[in-house]
Write a protein that binds this ligand. Structure first.
Ligand code: FDA
Length: 418
């Protein structure tokens, strides 16, 4: 549908200035590239502060990732936001923005728009109804700020002079004193992701950390995958630990490609190729003690049926076909067999083959080096008037609403300085 292509939000026409011989250039106070979470929120805030804002995006709808997020219900923030939940080469960078525009500020805005929400788990807040409500909120806030939104817009050459920035959009030049890059990361190229933001950073001399997929499922090597193929769809609580000692206790899901589920997505951001994971498949029941008690009470019960009291039955069956769970009764299980089994289940070592990559990743790790940005305003220190917000910056949150909160907080901090 073409409904989204016109600039539905524009309530204000931009002045045109003559700039260069014969050229008429449309002029704004601020151009924001990317109508995702960060760009929409920054545009709304800047517009409401009285600035004449142009917001552009290559897609036909604003906030495409928001619509997909949280299984269609958008996990828009988390009650337990803290800087420790963010990965960056410069872990202190996110603190200022997160403290100045907090989860409570955003929750207040959500409530003001009458959007009903609930905590799903671990402080994660979701819309009761639909992620569309979150996009509607942002679009309404943009309308209040009289933002000009242009969709299906391809960004071409960008130049800077003492007047500010000139940007070629679908072949036509526009100019502004300030330029905000909110073009996101590389994950989900099907939703419009592009490396534009990193290229703009490099054009203006900023360094960019290498990027990789984060919050992403793992693939497994063929032999292990073959062994585990009957487990596809089985989920269980687990703790998963990376080689750097980072550990998450959440659900783990076996898939037909490998491993997924919240615990796996979380740890994927801390994993580097070649590294192992240590997985505890029974994080709440110590299996040595459990089996000892079970042996006393039910000596003739099969080990398989005993373990199935605390682990998914299909998992125990597969472990038996792999001879990890011996086909014996509890009284037949000897001490050596028990200790090997307990060790394997509490400390399963897996070396993933890789990740599913940007195709299914929720976020992109790495990005614009924060040491070159002001943590208060997101402005490039050496390039006045150029700002980077949201996921394009080398700040990546955990699963659970942390990434949207970074988008809101960094956008808000930037908008105050425009
Ligand atoms: P975002 O990606 O939102 O926006 C960037 C915009 O720039 C896009 O609209 C894109 O089209 C545009 N753009 C890119 N290149 C361009 C170009 N060359 N020209 C013009 N426009 C261009 N996080 C969370 O906190 N809770 C959640 O529930 C989820 N769920 C979730 C599900 C899925 C499937 C994904 C992929 C991701 C999530 N996330 C999430 C992560 C979250 O979506 C992400 O961190 C934010 O959207 C980042 O906001 P940005 O505005 O920085 O980028």
């Amino acid at each position: 549908d073409d409904a989204g292509t016109s600039c539905a939000i524009s309530l204000q026409s931009a002045p045109f200035v003559k700039n260069g011989p014969g050229a008429i250039v449309e002029q704004f106070d601020v151009i924001i590239i990317g109508a995702g979470a960060a760009g929409l929120f920054c545009a709304a805030q800047a517009g409401q502060r009285g600035l004449n804002v142009l917001l552009v995006d290559n897609g036909k709808k604003p906030g495409r990732k928001i619509l997909m997020s949280g299984g269609g219900r958008c996990n828009f923030t988390n009650m337990y936001i803290e800087p420790a939940a963010y990965l960056s080469h410069n872990p202190h960078f996110c603190k200022s923005a997160l403290a100045r525009y907090t989860q409570w500020d955003f929750i207040e805005l959500v409530a003001k728009h009458g959007i009903a929400y609930h905590e799903k788990t671990l402080g994660q807040l979701f819309c009761d109804d639909s992620a569309q409500q979150m996009v509607d909120l942002l679009v309404k806030e943009c309308e209040r700020g009289r933002v000009t939104l242009r969709l299906r817009t391809e960004v071409g050459a960008i130049t800077r002079d003492d007047q500010g920035y000139r940007v070629s959009l679908n072949g036509t030049e526009v100019s502004a004193r300030k330029l905000v890059v909110a073009s996101g990361g590389l994950s989900m190229p099907g939703l419009g992701a592009s490396p534009l933001g990193y290229k703009i950073a490099e054009q203006f001399g900023l360094s960019v950390f290498p990027t990789r997929a984060g919050l992403v499922p793992f693939t497994l090597h063929k032999p292990l995958l073959d062994q585990l193929q009957n487990l596809s769809g089985v989920a269980l609580p687990a703790t998963v630990e990376a080689e750097d000692g980072t550990l998450f206790k959440e659900a783990l899901l076996f898939t037909h490609r490998g491993l997924s589920g919240p615990a796996i997505l979380q740890i994927s951001s801390y994993w580097l190729p070649g590294e192992q994971l240590a997985i505890n498949l029974s994080p709440t029941t110590e299996l040595g003690a459990f089996l000892t008690v079970q042996r006393e009470a039910h000596p003739n019960l099969s080990l398989k049926n005993s373990l199935a009291k605390v682990l998914p039955k299909r998992l125990v069956e597969v472990l038996q076909t792999l001879a990890i769970v011996p086909d014996v009764t509890l009284k037949q299980l000897n001490a050596k067999q028990q200790s090997e089994l307990v060790h394997t289940l509490h400390n399963w070592r897996v070396q993933p083959n890789g990740t599913e990559g940007y195709r299914t990743a929720e976020v992109t790790l790495g990005g614009v080096d924060t040491t070159q940005l002001s943590s208060k305003t997101m402005e490039a220190r050496q390039v006045p008037g150029l700002y980077f917000i949201g996921e394009v910056v080398d700040v990546t949150g955990w699963l659970g609403g942390y990434n949207f909160q970074w988008a809101w907080s960094s956008a808000w901090a930037c908008a105050q300085a425009l």
